[in-house]
Ligand binder design. Structure first.
Ligand SMILES: [Fe+2]
Length: 272
């Protein structure tokens, strides 16, 4: 969700003013489908133990294990929550990103990583955007939260509070954990599109796992180049939606407060 920079590999010249472009699903080479299947197979082995139930249910609805999914067809599977997938060349400017979310359109990068990049990629590709984010869009509470997040974009822009708003996305959309009956599970897309982070976030002893507290999240800086040292844990997805009304005020307070470094402890933190 940062502004595109020249090193990005997507075809930004082919995109419309809202940064969308057609996926041309029929033209996707077989090698890309193979890469998709390889990525899906690796993650599938980890999901029963590490992924949230809502994520697994959503993934099953999407039926996307056989190859790079068709964004139009997959949008049909999201009819229940009214979301639609749109193709984009990659990262897009914040303003466009917020506008899509506010209209229940989820931007999905149309290209996939190279076979030698199965483990790590700097930019989000279709595996991250689709396999990571789209399953949760079948969950009504999470789907409503994400739209509300998009609507807050204009407020945050107008009040100099984009940084705390980005922290909310990072911690609760990309790297969120949920406490389920069987234990801690991951639902965040940044976790579930990375084998290493899937295991690290849910089972390693090293990271801090803190009970979700929106004021704390909005002040918490994060790592962009390494595994997260701090994760926040929700009880259910409704909890995210329920804080939406309080967010404008909390964003302003976080804007004016000292940021909390990644991995630091604060008085009042509730360890999970
Ligand atoms: Fe993402």
């Amino acid at each position: 969700m940062n502004a595109p920079t020249p090193h990005l590999r997507g075809d930004y010249a082919a995109a419309a003013a809202d940064f969308t472009l057609p996926q041309h699903h029929a033209l996707i080479p077989e090698a890309d489908h193979q890469t998709w299947r390889a990525l899906m197979r690796r993650q599938a082995a980890l999901l029963p133990r590490h992924a949230a139930q809502a994520y697994r249910d959503g993934l099953a609805k999407l039926r996307c294990e056989d190859g790079v999914p068709d964004l139009g067809q997959a949008s049909e599977a999201l009819r229940g929550t009214g979301w639609r997938l749109v193709g984009v060349p990659g990262l897009i400017p914040e303003e466009a990103f917020f506008a899509h979310l506010a209209a229940r359109r989820f931007p999905v990068t149309v290209w996939i990583r190279r076979p030698e990049e199965l483990d790590y990629l700097e930019e989000p590709d279709i595996f991250h955007d689709f396999a990571g984010h789209v399953p949760l869009l079948t969950n009504p509470a999470f789907a409503d939260f994400l739209q509300a997040y998009g609507r807050l974009g204009a407020f945050a822009t107008g009040h100099g509070a984009l940084k705390p708003l980005a922290r909310l996305y990072w911690h609760m959309v990309e790297f969120g954990l949920i406490a389920e009956e069987g234990g801690l599970r991951a639902y965040g897309a940044g976790i579930l599109s990375s084998r290493t982070e899937t295991i690290h976030s849910t089972t390693d002893a090293t990271p801090l796992r803190l009970r979700f507290d929106p004021a704390r999240v909005l002040r918490s800086d994060y790592r962009i180049d390494d595994l997260q040292p701090t994760y926040f844990v929700i009880r259910d997805y409704a909890e995210l939606f329920h804080v939406v009304d309080a967010l404008p005020d909390l964003l302003l307070r976080a804007r004016d407060a000292q940021p909390i470094p990644p991995g630091a402890r604060e008085p009042g933190d509730q360890l999970i």
